[in-house]
Design a protein around this ligand. Structure first.
Ligand SMILES: Nc1ncnc2c1ncn2[C@@H]1O[C@H](COP(=O)(O)OP(=O)(O)OP(=O)(O)O)[C@@H](O)[C@H]1O
Ligand SMILES: [Mg+2]
Length: 509
């Protein structure tokens, strides 16, 4: 029987795609004024479930009830009418119109037949104030940072009189401070009686924000538990086994110098970067979002230019801005923006895994297809990429499994120095450990890893040395033994303005 507090109930929902059953007999319920966490490994069916609620997918069987009434959600309009709003990882905002126009898209207040901009902006300002974001209603969306975009999406949801707010991995791209702000808004909405569905791979966020947790495994809802459940128990429910060692780093003796960066400077972005990476090492590059870490590693790889300084691989100087030369010298880069830079979405898993190796192995006109096939299959297996078959298009993989394909592609490329920018963002707890094991294998066989990561436990757990950046400069270096959360954070916020502080803004590109 439905209680008066029940907002949403899902019963026996099934959804299949060719070759996969994404959801199988799923039950779920959401109450007024609660945050309900959906937890599960990459490919467990979380995004598919919320797409059923947003009208993007129709279930094959099963029932969806909103406030006790069975409903059919055929499209986004149906969802909106029922008070359901969804914030996807990829935002749905229109970049070239204003914030206010985005919030009221398709339902702008009118006066004598014309859009009443004044009234629209005044109402938008009220909503933006309610979420506590300092953005002008007349600003264009294009210039906003990711956290601001998210807040605009939430303001938009509020304008729709939302009763059920669904967020798919909202914190994956936010800084610690921004996460705090998002949580404050979520708590306020909860007090107002909104029901929130929240997806995250960061286990520590569950107890911090959640009330209840539904665990999905292989498309089935396998557990409904309290959010205060211990983390290791949540992991066990999620992956079906316990993970005894989260950071299995084995440190070989460092060998020869592989990568040496001296005085690398890009005016106004980063300055005087010195960096050594030896065979067998994992060097962590820590810092806050916007400290310039991604900009530095892109310049090292030749993807972006620099103004002075230099990069040597195995003692040979690399020309600047030449990705081909970097590749030939043995550098590899797994970029932060994997959708934009790392994958061909309409090609298969196998083809994507072969993208980097295809060049080298086809020299002289031969591509060793058979060996390429078997190594692609091996890497897919080691990373436990969840797919119907190796010919499946990457576009239809779950978010986390797409990440694994990009990483796998570079593991196959056999680079001497692999630069990983946020390697486990969006990756589930079990798969993270698999990636760490592969990093161990690489370094044990004389390769090296330079890792940019905003996940502090990961930087501390996996790096042999940590360089910390703030405002475009290296503010300190710590060995694995001396590094702690506090020592890294104090270097990351070090007041160390560059020569021209105003030009030091590197965020929001
Ligand atoms: N349009 C589609 N066509 C074919 N298969 C699909 C499609 N959408 C999803 N799938 C498959 O359904 C399964 C569940 O995917 P889903 O995106 O729901 O996972 P998820 O739990 O959100 O994972 P992640 O944590 O990686 O985001 C995966 O095996 C995925 O490949
Ligand atoms: Mg997903």
């Amino acid at each position: 029987m439905s209680s008066p507090d029940e907002l949403l109930r899902i019963e026996g929902v099934r959804k299949s795609f060719p070759g996969v059953v994404a959801l199988d007999d799923v039950d779920f319920d959401l109450r007024r004024g609660e945050v309900h966490v959906l937890l599960g490994e990459n490919g467990a069916g979380k995004s598919t479930l919320i797409k059923v609620l947003s009208g993007a997918h129709r279930p094959d069987t099963g029932r969806v009830l909103v406030e006790g009434q069975e409903v059919q959600i055929r499209d986004a309009q149906d969802a909106a009418r029922l008070g359901i709003a969804t914030i996807y990882q990829e935002f749905n905002l229109v970049p070239d119109v204003t914030v206010a126009e985005n919030i009221f898209l398709g339902r702008q207040p009118r006066r004598f037949g014309f859009i009443d901009t004044k009234r629209m902006e005044a109402e938008a300002a009220k909503l933006l104030e309610r979420v506590g974001v300092d953005v002008s209603p007349s600003a264009r969306v294009r210039g906003l940072g990711i956290a601001q975009l998210q807040m605009v999406e939430i303001a938009k949801a509020l304008s729709l009189d939302t009763k059920i707010l669904i967020m798919d991995e909202p914190t994956a791209v936010l800084t610690t401070e921004e996460v705090d702000r998002l949580f404050a808004i979520a708590r306020r909405l909860r007090e107002e009686g909104v029901g929130l569905v929240f997806i995250t791979h960061h286990l520590e966020e569950i107890a911090a924000l959640g009330d209840r947790v539904t665990v999905l495994r292989d498309g089935r809802s396998v557990a409904h538990v309290d959010a205060s459940e211990p983390e290791d128990e949540l992991v066990r429910l999620m992956v079906g086994r316990s993970i005894d060692e989260q950071y299995p780093r084995e440190r070989p003796e460092p060998g020869q110098m592989l990568l040496q960066v001296r005085g690398l400077t890009r005016n106004g972005v980063f300055e005087g970067i010195d960096l050594d990476v030896r065979a067998g090492e994992v060097v962590g590059l820590a810092g806050l979002v916007g400290a310039g870490r991604t900009e530095v590693v892109r310049a090292v790889f030749g993807a972006d230019p620099y103004d002075s300084g230099g990069v040597e691989v195995l003692g040979k100087k690399l020309p600047g801005s030449d990705v081909g030369a970097a590749l030939n010298a043995g550098l590899g880069l797994v970029p932060e923006d994997r959708k934009g830079q790392g994958l061909v979405l309409d090609a298969s898993v196998e083809e994507n895994l072969g993208l980097v190796t295809l060049g080298p192995t086809s020299k002289g006109g031969f591509v060793n297809l058979a060996s390429q096939r078997s190594s692609a299959a091996r890497v897919a297996d080691e990373l436990a990429i969840r797919m119907a078959h190796i010919g499946q298009h990457v576009r239809t993989l779950s978010g986390g499994n797409q990440q694994k394909v990009v990483i796998g592609k570079w593991l196959l490329a056999d680079s001497r120095v692999l630069v990983l920018d946020e390697p486990t963002r969006g990756v589930d707890a079990g798969a993270k450990v698999e990636i760490y094991r592969l990093i161990n294998e690489l370094t044990a066989s004389g390769h090296a890893v330079l890792m940019v990561s905003s996940d502090l436990p990961e930087v501390l757990g996996m790096s042999d040395r940590i360089l910390v950046m703030a405002q475009g400069r290296v503010t300190g270096e710590l060995s694995a033994e001396e590094a702690t959360q506090d020592s890294v954070m104090s270097l990351a916020v070090a007041a160390n303005p560059g020569p021209n502080p105003e030009e030091n803004e590197v965020e929001g590109r």
